[in-house]
Design a protein around this ligand. Sequence first.
Ligand SMILES: NC(=O)C1=CN([C@@H]2O[C@H](COP(=O)(O)OP(=O)(O)OC[C@H]3O[C@@H](n4cnc5c(N)ncnc54)[C@H](OP(=O)(O)O)[C@@H]3O)[C@@H](O)[C@H]2O)C=CC1
Ligand SMILES: CC(C)(CO)C(=O)C(=O)O
Length: 316
Amino acid sequence: MNFIIIGAGGVGSFYGVKLLMQGHNVKFIARGENLKYLKNNKLKLTHPDFIFEDYLDVISINELKLVDVNSIDAVFIATKSMSTNEVSEKLSLWIKNKNKIPYFISLQNGVENEDKMANYLPKEFIIGGLTRLIAVHIIKQGFVEAVGEVQTILGSIKPTKHSQEFLEKLKIELDNANTTTILTNNIKLELWKKLIINNGVNAICALLEEKSGTLINKKETSILVYNLMKEAGLASHAVKVNISESDVDEMFELMKKFESIVPSMWVDKKNNRDLELDDICGVVIKNCEKQGLDAPYTRTIATILHMQYSKSRVKK
Ligand SMILES: NC(=O)C1=CN([C@@H]2O[C@H](COP(=O)(O)OP(=O)(O)OC[C@H]3O[C@@H](n4cnc5c(N)ncnc54)[C@H](OP(=O)(O)O)[C@@H]3O)[C@@H](O)[C@H]2O)C=CC1
Ligand SMILES: CC(C)(CO)C(=O)C(=O)O
């Protein structure tokens, strides 16, 4: 199959490399220094189960116009959520007036990426997705480190017979790549369940500069993590997703069993990059407010992190 991966960062490199190793054609879209480096040097990606080291086929998003739309089966979006609008707009220009277009699959955190994509791309071709039980980060230029067993959950936002067939086929390829893929008819619910995890650990780990396991296993902080998760569950009711208490408990238990990791928000803080705060904590606060509720744990952690980071961050 033929894939494009937008965002040759942690998640994008991991999925792209997995597909490459299965013999698929994969084009990566990168930008800035990362693009320059990968055009001339190999990418090394390590996981406890494998090591990959090779050149990638990498282009900029502006070079996308040189790629034949008809030849591509799917485009994965693996940028941070702040880039979704910009990327989707570029994709909409690329597919304009084409009779055959690929599927567009988000692997990002956050529950609003698919809505953002739908402002630019046909709904029948948008696949919501998430990746969990994985921590994968750029350690230095050209070197990506991954851990975790990797579960991918995918679901069309407007299913058709063709999109279901495509997803079945993609599942086989991802499963062959030693990851687990779950197809769902309710991707919105799954995205909110992932938001529970992210709201539970991302901002607080970045704020306290502690790994997820440390906070989950310490009594005082595990109560904070659990309440952050609970607020994400509460927020979901504003958009009629209705996360239950047992969904929250399930996600808490899942994170308890997962290895102790450095979540992406802490990595971004370490690297002086923008944080996905609006798409994680911001969404929880906004949707609690819609119901006349506050989200005090989320608000406190997010506000302190934001203020601390704004002061200490080296201006670009
Ligand atoms: N890392 C992880 O372990 C996990 C991450 N996630 C989620 O997956 C998504 C991706 O995260 P992650 O891999 O950590 O992110 P990274 O920041 O490592 O990678 C994103 C890459 O996309 C690039 N990018 C952004 N916009 C463009 C553009 N317009 N054109 C070309 N390249 C672009 C970025 O470039 P630049 O460096 O210039 O910004 C960066 O290299 C996020 O939503 C995250 O929350 C989910 C589960 C686990
Ligand atoms: C918390 C974690 C690792 C879960 O997969 C994640 O999504 C992130 O780092 O942003």
